[in-house]
Design a binder for this molecule. Structure first.
Ligand code: ZN
Ligand code: ZN
Length: 430
């Protein structure tokens, strides 16, 4: 029989190895600590939802739903999709679990994978991870300012202080239609230069021409009217109030009138976090978010306002401060020199691990020299040697691999777990 070929991961999907998961753990740990101080509790959502949830929430004419969603028919013919984002799921959960009935206010954050069938490129994957937060039941500008301050503080905390905040106001149900018409007129006047997709967008949803990625369209859109010039008085006031609160807390931001988010549900405040961080290339957004006051009602709930953001963990890890170069090795590796030393070696490893010490244990059958080489390769500080002499004496020989000091038959195998652990810690520190 021929040797089976290895199976690779699906294009755009990747493995995250321990050097990177250690970074992620630090980023997620900092989020859990800090989001808590702003009153957010963690929610764990399913990765699979009904396709209709995203069609309704994200918008049927968005690239995400039209082109990028991993949607398929389940065996019972239900149309389901791997979540392309989490806001829709959070709102569904908020309604389904009755959180909406208490005082309507909820602050929820999540961490987890999202799925979009985008063209794979550097720092962008079809399964990507996000840290995000949603604030429901608040329409006042203080809520927007709190959320933006939280993002700023979090980025600073994880060493991504170089990431910048870009801010815009997109208007609401009152003034957005006015803007949409102005855009449609502008687009119609420049029809010849726009791509076929944009022609269709002009019919169905002119706002979408603003995030077309075709270079010819981008050049035209540069000159398109901006939402800010069409804001109604309440929207303009809200935006001014958010900015005043940010200014008070000295949160730096840049008002970018071209900023629109690729999702239909945003109203009023919209923002992005951008970075010139190495390796991000042209796709320099680390995250973004905004206000979605109509979303809860769109998903069948009462008229409850909301706002939120998401940060891409894969990308954040590229711009945040680099962690220590290498993870720590085990405190000790236990080396049985012969087969009958394996069981005592295993027993010693178990007792040390029960005390919380990171230790390794090797199989027998190699020379002491080979085994010591293995222990060094694992970056262990101590090698614990168990040979015939050690077994007879009931005491292991311990070599300090950092200082090269050898302690002949010094470790009493019959000592209690805590005693063993204390002795090992002292020896490693020597
Ligand atoms: Zn276009
Ligand atoms: Zn308005």
């Amino acid at each position: 029989m021929s040797k089976p070929a290895p199976i690779a991961a699906i294009r755009g999907f990747r493995d995250v190895l321990p050097d990177e998961t250690r970074r992620w753990e630090a980023l997620v740990g900092a989020a859990r600590a800090m989001f808590g101080t702003y009153g957010f509790g963690e929610i764990e959502l399913p990765v699979l939802e009904r396709s209709e949830l995203f069609a309704r929430a994200v918008g049927e004419t968005t690239d995400i739903v039209e082109k990028e969603m991993f949607a398929f028919r389940d065996r019972d013919d239900t149309s389901v999709a791997l979540r392309p984002e989490a806001t829709a799921g959070v709102v569904r959960a908020y309604l389904q679990n009755g959180l909406v009935h208490d005082d309507r206010q909820a602050r929820l954050f999540y961490v987890g994978p999202m799925f979009r069938r985008e063209r794979p490129q550097r720092g962008r994957y079809r399964q990507f991870h996000q840290i995000g937060a949603e604030m429901l039941g608040r329409e006042d500008p203080l809520a927007d300012a709190e959320l933006l301050l939280l993002i700023r503080r979090y980025l600073d905390r994880v060493g991504a202080g170089g990431a910048r905040l870009e801010l815009n106001s997109l208007g609401d149900a009152t003034c957005r239609p006015v803007y949409r018409e102005r855009l449609r007129e502008f687009g119609t006047a420049h029809l010849a230069g726009l791509c076929p997709d944009c022609h269709r967008r002009l019919e169905r949803n002119p706002l979408r021409i603003l995030d077309c990625k075709v270079p010819g369209c981008r050049a035209i859109v540069e000159r398109a009217p901006v939402a800010r010039d069409s804001l109604c008085a309440p929207c303009a006031e809200h935006f001014a109030a958010v900015r005043a609160l940010l200014d008070q807390e000295r949160v730096a931001y840049h008002v970018n009138p071209r900023l629109v988010r690729g999702l239909d549900y945003y109203v009023r405040t919209a923002f992005e976090i951008v970075s010139d961080g190495e390796g991000l290339g042209a796709q320099n957004a680390v995250g973004g978010g905004g206000r979605y006051d109509g979303l809860v009602a769109m998903l069948g709930g009462p008229d409850v306002p909301g706002l939120g953001f998401a940060l891409g963990l894969d990308r954040l890890a590229m711009v945040a401060a680099p962690p220590a170069a290498e993870g720590p090795g085990p405190l000790a590796v236990i080396l049985p020199l012969e087969t009958r030393a394996v069981a005592p070696a295993f027993r010693l490893a178990t007792r040390l691990r029960d005390e919380g010490l990171p230790v390794g244990v090797e199989p027998a059958g190699r020379s002491l020299k080979a085994l010591l080489g293995v222990a060094s390769k694992r970056r262990a500080r101590l090698a614990v040697i168990l040979g015939a002499d050690e077994l007879a004496a009931g005491r292991a020989t311990v070599r300090n691999l950092v200082s090269s000091a050898d302690r002949r038959q010094a470790l009493d195998l019959d000592a209690s777990g805590p005693e063993l652990a204390r002795w090992m810690r002292d020896e490693a520190a020597a």
